[in-house]
Design a binder for this molecule. Structure first.
Ligand code: FAD
Length: 403
């Protein structure tokens, strides 16, 4: 049986940061990812901006919020895309990112670490607690095998470990989860797409929906510029059956993805026919995966709450900082923001990443222990990189001190 010091399950933003951190601390680390490349939502679902990387005070020049891996990845992305500063969007700084570059950058950084092994196309399907740590069942191309570790970091986004081991470790789900979305990229887009372009596009789409030229669901569309000039991303938020939306139901998941792609396809046809900037635009390139904003979360030693964030609460044992406002998307008509009371970050304590009754298990990213409201902030990729890094530190320290 393969034996590692630390296993990181899930190779999204949090998992990449966790695995790099644990390996750099000297732990023999295994990263397990069921997709064919790293990046999670930031590559497979084509989420294309890093939020939460910067200090929330936009009256001051931009500054990195969490040192270490979040800054390292942000700097690499800036260099490779030719950006010299983040974009100021209203009350926040954001960094445009390329999903393809993110995946290749993550793969490159992981390949540099001699004590890190990454396995893609591998699904984690079973979990057992042992006297010395954890054993995981893995499935790869129809074959099953078992691996063991002393410390386990769950960065699957869906709290897979809790679902496999002990559902009592899960937090109760709210009646209405944040809505999923479908993303695609459009190339050969003309024009100068500044703030007024975006405003007029929103008005045009609303008019087309009223005229019956586009489906109602097109009202949930957002356009964002990519890191390359003639490329744009289009994101369509989906109602997904309202309270019936279950991100863990594979069939429902697939149906919502199909619906989203069909909406984007009709939107593309309408844009080509009605907007000169899209006249030469080839068919959209769809993300492979549906964008899921909220799945299952752990209930850890500390449950981070919306009020903790809004009051910029700090903790003696904090392991990362959150600076992104709570961006709540309970319907498909755009976000509702709850900003922090002051332009200052809030702390995320170690207790959000562990449970006393599960020694050697850590969790980070969008399945850490935060309530529905706080999740609307801490789920962004910049913060996931920071909590993943913290989990990597905690897991490698655990291994170092355990017999
Ligand atoms: C539509 C949409 C728009 C968003 N916009 C932004 C934005 O503009 N800026 C921003 O910063 N954030 C944004 N977010 C949020 C952000 O993308 C995610 O919350 C963040 O990427 C989560 O990172 P993570 O590492 O926790 O999880 P994920 O990125 O979801 O990674 C989890 C990984 O675990 C893998 N996995 C799951 N189960 C298993 C298993 N059993 N075995 C093996 N592997 C498994 C998955 O394949 C995946 O790669 C957006 C999200 C969505 C859906």
């Amino acid at each position: 049986m393969t034996q590692a010091d630390v296993i990181v399950a899930g190779g999204g933003s949090a998992g990449i940061a966790a695995a790099l951190t644990a390996a750099r601390a000297g732990a023999h680390t295994l990263l397990i990812e069921r997709g064919n490349r790293p990046g999670g939502m930031g590559s497979l679902a084509r989420v294309h901006t890093f939020c939460g990387l910067f200090h929330p005070d936009v009256s001051r020049p931009w500054a990195w919020l969490n040192p270490g891996i979040p800054e390292e990845i942000g700097r690499h992305m800036m260099e490779r895309t030719g950006q010299t500063a983040p974009d100021l969007m209203g009350r926040v700084y954001v960094l445009r990112q390329s999903p393809e570059l993110f995946a290749s950058l993550a793969a490159e950084l992981c390949a540099r670490e001699s004590s890190l092994n990454c396995h893609h196309g591998v699904a984690w399907t079973g979990l057992l607690r042992t006297e010395t740590g954890w054993e995981l069942d893995l499935e790869e191309a129809g074959k099953r095998r078992r691996v063991a570790c002393r410390a386990l970091i769950d960065t699957t986004g869906d709290a897979t470990g809790a679902r496999l081991m002990n559902p009592a470790w899960l937090q109760p789900r709210p009646a209405r989860l944040y809505r999923p979305a479908c993303i695609a990229s459009l190339t050969s887009v003309g024009g100068r797409r500044d703030d007024s372009w975006h405003l007029s596009m929103a008005a045009m789409l609303a008019h087309a929906v009223r005229q019956g030229e586009l489906p109602n669901a097109a009202l949930g569309t957002a356009f964002r510029n990519a890191t390359v000039n003639a490329e744009m991303f289009v994101t369509v938020d989906l109602d997904a059956g309202g309270t019936a939306w279950d991100p863990l139901d594979a069939q429902h998941h697939a149906a919502v993805l199909q619906e989203g792609r069909a909406i984007i396809q009709s939107l593309w046809q309408w844009l080509r026919a009605n907007h000169p900037d899209f006249a030469d635009c080839p068919p959209p390139s769809h993300a492979e995966e549906l964008g899921v904003r909220e799945g299952s979360c752990y209930s850890g030693d500390h449950l981070l709450g919306g009020d903790d964030l809004a009051s910029c609460r700090r903790f003696p044992d904090e392991v990362a900082l959150a600076g992104w406002p709570m961006e709540k998307r309970e319907d498909a008509r755009g976000p509702k923001f709850r900003y922090f009371d002051r332009p200052e970050p809030a702390g995320i304590p170690a207790g959000c990443l562990r449970r006393q009754d599960a020694p050697g298990l850590f969790f980070a990213g969008r399945c850490l222990s935060a309530d529905h409201e706080a999740l609307a902030s801490v789920r962004v990729m910049g913060t996931c990189l920071a909590t993943g890094q913290a989990a990597g530190r905690m897991a490698s320290a655990w291994v170092a001190q355990s017999p």
